[in-house]
Structures are given as structure tokens and as C-alpha cells.
Ligand binder design. Structure first.
Ligand code: GLN
Length: 276
């Protein structure tokens, strides 16, 4: 029988993926594997690991195989009905938190919440904020609600297409979103992990900006005076996003880059309008 270490070395998988799958198959953590690296692997565990490793070799993302991905240092459940959390999205959360003082109540809207990573992280980091998480997919919303319960976040969830189910008079200090923004014919949609993710969370089936246009237009009706809108977008959508916000009268419009130096989040503030 091979040792755990042999199994990891000869799996044919990326080392980090192999370790994550083995820990999941065994129900142990990384420290346990280090301590038991030279032990022989019982046959049952070998078979279990082999079947997970084979799914990975067929391209299935590790996050869907193990059903979990970390975001902002917390474990979130993920299913193929929701996008796999990306580290870039932590930047959007940080920009949101910077505008939400710890000691002040604020209402926050997360449009297209998916697994709930943005809404839940904000609710946990800013306990005085009241957070509403919206998604058009009932299965995604169920994942978000389950993550909120597991992580002890208090937030409201609502089924709806962007603002369609938000009361017309309801206003927020902050609106955040990681919408589908990939152009419909982008070849990346047919590569790697993206092949397994929900297509409606990745692409708008158009020019990549159609959801962003709806989010910006609706924000004018749903932001409180002085409120901020911020959303994630593709590497080449910064200028178009800034133009959309500026055209709607937003102030302080700018784009922030992610750690790779790529334009990733555009934000702007809706100042109170002068009386007509
Ligand atoms: N950032 C993701 C990707 O390019 C896309 C996420 C999204 O469309 N919101 O893989």
C-alpha cells in the first residue's frame, strides 16, 4: 500500500489540488496529513481519493468537488449553481468596508449575490449594517441563505432580477455587485473551471456590459443621497463603466485595480441632486 505522501506525489494533479482532495476524502486537515505522511493508506481511502482525483482530471473544479471555497478567511459552501469565489472579489469587499464605519448603521444591497460571499462578509464585518442579498436564481439564493446561517450572518435574501423586486421607495447607502460581465463569445467560457460554472453568473449573453448598465441605471433610484455604487468588471471594462456612472450623474467616479494591476472595480457616489 502506498503512503499518503506517495499518493500525493503520484496523483498526476497539481500539488495543492491533490492535497485538498485527499484532506476532503479523509475528513482531515493539512496538519494531519503532514503528521501521517509516511503511514500506509487503507484501501477504502485509496478508492475514495482515486474517484475524486479522476473527477479533477476530467476538469471538474476542486471547489465543486469538495463543496467549499475560502473567501475573506471564511469557508463558504459552493455548488455548481453558484460561481466559485475569486480572490479579486475580496478587493470589492474591502472597498465596501472602507465606506461603512463600524459604529454606524447603514443599509447595503448586494445584487446577484450567488453564494453570498459579498453580502455575508459585509454583514459579519459590519454588524450594524442591514444587508439585502438579491439573486435571480432560487438555487443560488438557497446557497447564500445556507452560508449566512452557517457563518452566523444576519441578512435578508430576496429573489429577483436586479432591482425588479426591490420596493420603489427603498434606498441604500451602498449598492455592491459582482455581475456577469464576460462577453458572450469569449473563448474563456469554454476553458478550465469556467466550463463547470453557471453560465448565467459569468456572461450576460451580450457585450458584457448589459447587466452593468441595468445596475447603474437602477442605482440612481435606489441610492440614498451620498450613497455609493461599486461593482466588479472585466479587465477591459473600466473606461466604459466610468462613462456609464458619469453619464448618470455620479461623482468621485474611479476604477481600482486588483493585485495583478488589472482594472477590476469601478465606483462612484450619488450626490444629492439640486432641487428642480
Ligand atoms: N472574474 C470571473 C472570471 O473572469 C468572472 C466573474 C463574473 O463574470 N462576475 O473568471
Amino acid at each position: 500500500m502506498p503512503s499518503y505522501r506517495d499518493l500525493l506525489r503520484h496523483s498526476g494533479l497539481d500539488a495543492i489540488d491533490a492535497r485538498a482532495l485527499l484532506c476532503h476524502a479523509l475528513g482531515v486537515d493539512h496538519a494531519w496529513l503532514i503528521a501521517h505522511g509516511l503511514d500506509s493508506v487503507p484501501a477504502g481511502q485509496l478508492a475514495c481519493f482515486d474517484s475524486l482525483a479522476e473527477r479533477r482530471r476530467q476538469g471538474e473544479p476542486v471547489a465543486y468537488i469538495v463543496g467549499e471555497r475560502e473567501f475573506y478567511s471564511r469557508p463558504f459552501h459552493v455548488t455548481p449553481e453558484v460561481l466559485i469565489p475569486r480572490p479579486e472579489t475580496e478587493h470589492l469587499v474591502e472597498l465596501a468596508l472602507a465606506r461603512l464605519p463600524l459604529d454606524r448603521a447603514a443599509s447595503v444591497l448586494d445584487l446577484g449575490t450567488g453564494s453570498g460571499i459579498i453580502a455575508i462578509t459585509i454583514a459579519l464585518e459590519r454588524p450594524r449594517a442591514s444587508v439585502l442579498a438579491v439573486d435571480a436564481s432560487p438555487t443560488a439564493l438557497a446557497v447564500a441563505a445556507d452560508n449566512a446561517r452557517r457563518l452566523g450572518a444576519s441578512m435578508e435574501t430576496r429573489l429577483g432580477n436586479w432591482y425588479s423586486t426591490i420596493e420603489p421607495v427603498r434606498r441604500f447607502e451602498l449598492i455592491v455587485s459582482n455581475p456577469p460581465y464576460i462577453v458572450s463569445d469569449d473563448p474563456h467560457l469554454r476553458e478550465g473551471d469556467l466550463r463547470f460554472e453557471p453560465v448565467s453568473a459569468l456572461t450576460d449573453h451580450a457585450d458584457g456590459l448589459s447587466c452593468i448598465r441595468q445596475i447603474v441605471a437602477g442605482a440612481v433610484r435606489h441610492l440614498a443621497p451620498g450613497g455609493w455604487l461599486m461593482f466588479e468588471h472585466g479587465y477591459d471594462q473600466g473606461a466604459a463603466s466610468r462613462a456609464l456612472l458619469t453619464a448618470q450623474g455620479f461623482a468621485g467616479v474611479r476604477t481600482e485595480c486588483d493585485l495583478a494591476g488589472i482594472e477590476r472595480v469601478t465606483l462612484g457616489c450619488l450626490e444629492s441632486r439640486p432641487p428642480l
